[in-house]
Design a protein around this ligand. Structure first.
Ligand SMILES: [Zn+2]
Length: 388
């Protein structure tokens, strides 16, 4: 085994499944690295690549929201289809096998977005699993329209989402959350919230969610996306909160790229405070944590490319996640697959799907210096980008 924890192995497969892995003794350093096809538990396919027409040049959260709302007014099914297809082509080529996309689900762009992404989900079946989440203002779930949306989303096999950002105080927020969790339970839908994506009021949304969940005991999987402001809590408070989160069955998706760009801004200054979900501290208390890419070339973030290797490379400086450590790699592999409740958690073993990403890199350092060239194996066949 190398110092980076890599070991030479021979892969063979039959009928789309891996056969027994064989250890190899090599005289020379290996030239290729093999990973399971990876997953991204948090993206926004409905608005990907909309930056060009709707940029947010200020780089602020409020600027992003304003540009997003403007784009949503004129969003068409054809536009979302084109953007989503482009996104999934790139995702597949880069080695992703599953993505969870939030969809802006209130306003004129909601229906066209759902129609387009459901078509894409069908079109890509067998190559990419696509999970869809209805993203709405939290209060919407307490209205008759929200109830109708929940029934529809359940019908479509989707999930319920929402935004919980400061100010999150007061009983009204708990009533909205209770309405959401009650609908989730009634329609058997998992929940994925944008929560505490903020650089103030540490964990104010999570504290409200815990109060409601500890009372209602919703049995559907609840994902807390962002959870950035938790990092501003003093260590002892964070530990207590994380222990409650673990006991309540909450899981976290950290989103370092968008957080790094939007949060902790002080005009004309380089940021000193960098709110990001406290990944290591949460893991230590038994909370499952995955890392996602979030926005790609939309008003919320100008970069990104649905490339899990580029995300891993960016997470080295932003989150100090080292892929040669088990808990540094899990957020991109097993924890991410388990967070999405996929049937395969990505462990390469006999009988696992022959779903591999083969990198032109012999070491982690080489793989992360620049996004490496790669080939993608899906169900035992090499994927051809031009074949679609
Ligand atoms: Zn998001």
């Amino acid at each position: 085994m190398s110092q980076e924890g890599l070991t030479p192995v021979q892969f063979t497969w039959r009928d789309g499944r891996l056969l027994q892995l064989k250890s190899l003794q090599l005289d020379a350093a290996p030239q290729l690295m093999v990973l399971p096809r990876l997953v991204d538990p948090h993206v926004h396919l409905d608005k990907a690549f909309s930056w060009q027409d709707h940029p947010n040049l200020s780089g602020t959260y409020d600027g992003a929201l304003a540009a997003n709302l403007e784009e949503h007014q004129t969003r068409s099914e054809a536009a979302v289809l084109a953007r989503g297809e482009r996104a999934l082509q790139r995702a597949c080529r880069h080695g992703l096998r599953a993505l969870r996309s939030h969809i802006d689900s209130v306003g004129p762009g909601a229906e066209p977005s759902w129609r387009a992404l459901q078509q894409l989900r069908e079109r890509w079946k067998g190559s990419i699993d696509l999970q869809l989440v209805a993203l709405v203002p939290l209060a919407h779930w307490q209205t008759p329209a929200g109830e109708r949306l929940a029934a529809q989303v359940a019908d479509w096999g989707g999930m319920l989402g929402g935004v919980l950002a400061p100010p999150c105080g007061g009983s009204a927020v708990r009533r909205h959350l209770a309405a959401l969790l009650t609908l989730a339970e009634r329609f058997h839908c998992a929940v994925d919230l944008h929560i505490d994506e903020a650089d103030r009021d540490p964990a104010s949304g999570l504290k409200q969610l815990l109060r409601v969940q500890e009372r209602l005991h919703c049995r559907q999987r609840i994902t807390c996306s962002h959870a950035s402001s938790l990092s501003l809590l003093p260590p002892a408070s964070l530990r207590k909160l994380a222990e409650r989160m673990a006991a309540a069955g909450l899981q976290v998706v950290a989103l370092p790229l968008t957080n790094g760009w939007l949060l902790g801004r002080v005009p004309d200054s380089t940021p000193v405070q960098r709110p990001l979900a406290p990944i290591h501290q949460l893991q230590r208390c038994g909370v499952r944590v995955a890392v996602g890419g979030d926005n790609v070339a939309d008003p919320w973030f100008p970069g990104g490319d649905f490339d899990p290797l580029a995300l891993m490379a960016a997470s080295i400086p932003l989150a100090q996640l080292a892929p040669w450590q088990r808990l540094g790699l899990a957020p991109f592999t097993t924890a991410a697959a388990e967070a999405m409740e996929l049937s395969w958690n990505g462990v390469l073993c006999e009988g696992a799907p022959a779903d591999l990403v083969v990198l032109q890199a012999g070491t982690w350092s080489e793989a992360l210096r620049r996004p490496p060239q790669r080939r993608v194996l899906i169900g035992g066949s090499w994927w051809q980008p031009s074949g679609r």
